[in-house]
Design a protein. Sequence first.
Length: 99
Amino acid sequence: MFVALERLLNLEEGYRRTFQLAGRNLLLMVVDRQPLLLENRCPHQGVPLHNATLAGWVLRCARHGVEFDFFSGQALNAHCPALTRFELVYDDDRIGVDL
Ligand code: FES
């Protein structure tokens, strides 16, 4: 079942919004014109990532400074699991997920 999250025309560079869906806290972001959906939870110790800073393609959690490659999800400066990402689905003028 397709669940729409956002209209494509709203996905501007720098877009960042959280969603509660199926018991998960999700974070939709646009970086380098590419939308990505990830769990809004740092794999290090679980704090939300919606206030993380972004430098190029590196997402830096505000709590302890672990940095993640935004596209691969891999931690760059710590031994830590990768970001949890979700596949985005396009449907007409909307973007969302299949549940
Ligand atoms: S909780 Fe994100 S770096 Fe520790």
